[in-house]
Design a binder for this molecule. Sequence first.
Ligand SMILES: *Cc1c(COP(=O)(O)O)cnc(C)c1O
Ligand code: SF4
Length: 442
Amino acid sequence: MKYTSFLIHNFKQIPQMQMVSNEIVKSIEIVGSVLPFKTNNYVTENLINWNNVPDDPMFKLTFPQKEMLIPDDYKKMKSAIDSGADKQKIKEVANEIRLTLNPHPAGQLEHNVPTIDGEKLYGMQHKYRETVLFFPSQGQTCHAYCTFCFRWPQFVGMEDLKFASKEAELLVKYVKDHPEVTDVLFTGGDPLIMKTKHLETYIRPLLDADLPNLRHIRIGSKALGYWPYRFISDDDAAELLVLFEDIKRAGKHLAYMAHFNHPVELKGDVVAEAIKNILKTGAVIRTQSPVLKHINDSAEIWADMLKKQVELGCIPYYMFVARNTGAQHYFSIPLVEAWKLFKETYQSISGICRTLRGPSMSCLPGKVQILGVADAKDEKVMTFRMIQGRNPDWAARPFFAKYDDSAIWYTDLKPAFDETKFFFTDELNTILNSGKDENNFE
Ligand SMILES: *Cc1c(COP(=O)(O)O)cnc(C)c1O
Ligand code: SF4
């Protein structure tokens, strides 16, 4: 299949747009002028059920929806467009709105950057001891954009992408100098948007350097969901699979971290064939997704998705909570609801599918998992556990917050039992104030 992408300037050419009401077309144009929009012919022809638009989950996952902007912002952009404003004016209005949408939820462009000899390594993040994140510069876009994505500012040109790196050598040096690092995670955007020959320039030097501490190479990608031909019929699909085999041959474990948000992405022969091709190389596929209102916020959908994944040979890994950025008001559900959904899902699947961890928030102190609601000392509390901690010693430690059924993020929580702080609060402040590790300010 030939790849055709659709952006805000040409989406009206998507043949199925004729089935969509003028009102919806207009709202795509308005919201798509503020938030990034990109889709492709695989998504429009295979994943979206156009008879079910506007309620279709894959439509909501890739097409901007009116309610993703608050009504005032929507009106503001609508009147700019209706008044025939030029490109420059539209961009100004768009940027005004974007700045109110917490475009830097992680403060990660400035704060999560490791150094070599005092020099900042833009293009890398190192928050948890074992794992370094690497952002290859050519991998900072995707085959289609998810409407919930927390990397949205870079897709609309608000970031100058200085945190993307061209420098594989520095990555090798960094991993060599840090024997505690066992994992390198290639991320983006989507690193598999890159031609194989570009991806190779990052991965081969890592293999050639023969670093004994490096055990796992991970690639985070949504290509199985949005463009499975990447592993079947793209010009350089065969070379990509050879690269995967060579990672295995070099004695490293390759983990393909697959992003799937809805079971529809796992149906059909194309994705099944793509998964088979990846597994044949010796790679393991682990899956992750946030819980998203309007798209997958039901235990039935999750159970269906996890069963399908396992049937195809993938291993469920993370259930995330929607991040505090962009159209969070549209996608978020309360933490208590996310836990109920997890519980119901967990209870309806076999142990083989229960490798799923979550729901987890990627936030200031670490990856924080909601374990549930409980009664303790005559108080109704929410219990949490750190899956990853900014300090590695925090991992697997439980803690308690006051019950709050409207809390949607870590910052909404208050310690239980009339305590004034959580077990990590003091140390976290020390780490952050020392300036030594001024990481994510989420
Ligand atoms: C999730 C995450 C990782 C990987 O954590 P695992 O639990 O090992 O999968 C690494 N770095 C950052 C910043 C993360 O958010
Ligand atoms: S594929 Fe990943 S990086 Fe790309 S838009 Fe979706 S969530 Fe964001």
